[in-house]
Design a protein around this ligand. Sequence first.
Ligand code: DAT
Ligand code: MG
Length: 151
Amino acid sequence: EEVEETYVMVKPDGVQRGLVGDIISRFEKKGFLLKGLKLFQCPKELAEEHYKELKDKSFYPKLIKYITSGPVVCMAWEGIGVVASARKLIGATNPLQADPGTIRGDLAVQTGRNVVHGSDSPDNGHREIAGTVRDGFDAATEASDGFDAAI
Ligand code: DAT
Ligand code: MG
């Protein structure tokens, strides 16, 4: 397994419900390294770009409305195999099917309010990080070079 980066985003319901700390804590305790973080109001255009593969789905308009309905917390996480591991920590898209112990399995009920996003590939991770938290990322990387996360 290689050291990778992934993009994790606490969606507006997660921010409003006060779940940011719990979610960050799960990634920290797993041993991943936080490389960038921003409270961010997602513009409609970026939301449409982020979910462009889903634009023909019936739920797409609601999805865009939801993701732009309030601030999100955007994060870049680094570690060995972090792309797939983050998806495991997050759990299945439908929270009722997500295993207990996962973020969605523990904290959510509805697919349309599933609290958190995680990139599905390293390429998408880089693209999503570039659109949100990349500013200041390199400086943060340099500053945290002395830390030894369990990566
Ligand atoms: P994931 O977020 O697990 O990667 P996805 O990429 O298939 O899932 O879909 C992106 C988001 O779109 C998902 O987190 C919630 C929403 N969504 C997906 N399928 C849905 C459905 N059937 N009804 C409502 N929202 C849905
Ligand atoms: Mg997805």
